[in-house]
Design a protein around this ligand. Structure first.
Ligand code: KIV
Length: 298
């Protein structure tokens, strides 16, 4: 794996060469660094942050400023992965001019490309953003910003007519200039057919293994919410218990006085004489307050 930053051209080349693309979400600097170091090709700063970071029931309350804030934190901590930032609800629905301005705002905050939801009905908007030299990733199928219109978070494209409409949406998004397309919550057979029909890479979530790549929400992959386990999620770890147990041990040790022990405390390098009257009160070097400019490792 090369250390070179992944571009939209690399992603298109990966589709042509049949190399599967990996994408995960991240919303902050710490996770972005870990995901990037692990070698993922793309990081999505998804508006799913409305649910998993902000605690909302859906993604609708998320604002463009919040996406810019999280996008900037992720972009600052990423060296190799291509960083895609979601355009939130109402940031691209009113006018194409506003959509271009909002997409540009995300790019000025570090996004390498933006993602927006919708098919043929978003083609002119996608094209306007692409003409402003901003790469766009499309997103069709189960589109979370349409939660009310779709009657909940439900699998889409079941049945011939619905499947045909999604295929036409995919072609319209590609024709509008998108460089890739997320397929969410659709049958494996339909996702495979769409992926074969398109020249741009498709990235699936709940869409089976016929897509050109896959994306998951990082907290789902790590098993950080043990109450949430939809069919399409595979947990590669069960960290919720590890986190709770670690915090439980910390609570016990603080209460018992076992933490902090001598190894986790600063020590005077020389005996501190009590200040004489009139002396400046200054702690010896190495014993200054935490988060000051001193070396805090010993
Ligand atoms: O917001 C998000 O995390 C997404 C993925 C689920 C594709 O859009």
């Amino acid at each position: 794996m090369s250390n070179k930053a992944v571009t939209v051209l690399d992603l298109q080349r990966m589709k042509q060469q049949g190399t599967r693309i990996t994408m995960l979400t991240a919303y902050d600097a710490t996770f972005a660094r870990l995901v990037d170091q692990a070698g993922v090709d793309m990081i999505l700063v998804g508006d799913s942050l409305g649910m998993v970071v902000q605690g909302h029931k859906n993604t609708l309350p998320v604002t463009i400023e919040q996406m810019a804030y999280h996008g900037a934190a992720v972009a600052r901590s990423t060296e190799r992965a291509h960083v895609v930032v979601d355009m939130p609800f109402l940031s691209y629905h009113v006018t194409d001019e506003e959509a271009v301005r909002n997409a540009g705002h995300l790019v000025q905050n570090g996004a390498h490309s933006v993602k927006l939801e919708g098919g043929a009905e978003r083609a002119t908007t996608i094209n306007a953003i692409v003409r402003a030299q901003i790469p766009v990733m499309g997103h069709i199928g189960l589109t979370p910003q349409s939660v009310h219109a779709q009657g909940g978070f439900k699998v889409q494209g079941r049945g011939d007519d619905a499947g045909q409409r999604l295929l036409e949406d995919a072609l319209a998004v590609q024709e509008a200039g998108a460089y890739s397309l997320v397929l969410e919550g659709i049958p494996l057979e339909l996702a495979t057919k769409i992926s074969e029909a398109l020249s741009i890479p498709t990235i699936g979530i709940g869409a089976g293994n016929g897509c050109d790549g896959q994306v998951l929400v990082i907290y789902d992959l790590l098993g950080l919410d043990d109450a949430f386990k939809p069919k399409f999620v595979k947990r590669y770890a069960s960290l919720a218990g590890v986190v709770r147990d670690s915090i439980g041990t910390y609570i016990d040790e603080v209460r018992s006085g076992a933490f902090p022990d001598a190894d986790h405390s600063f020590h005077s390098k020389r005996p501190v004489a009590p200040p004489a009257e009139g002396d400046a009160v200054d702690a010896p070097e190495g014993d200054r307050v935490p988060y000051g400019p001193t070396d805090l490792t010993h």
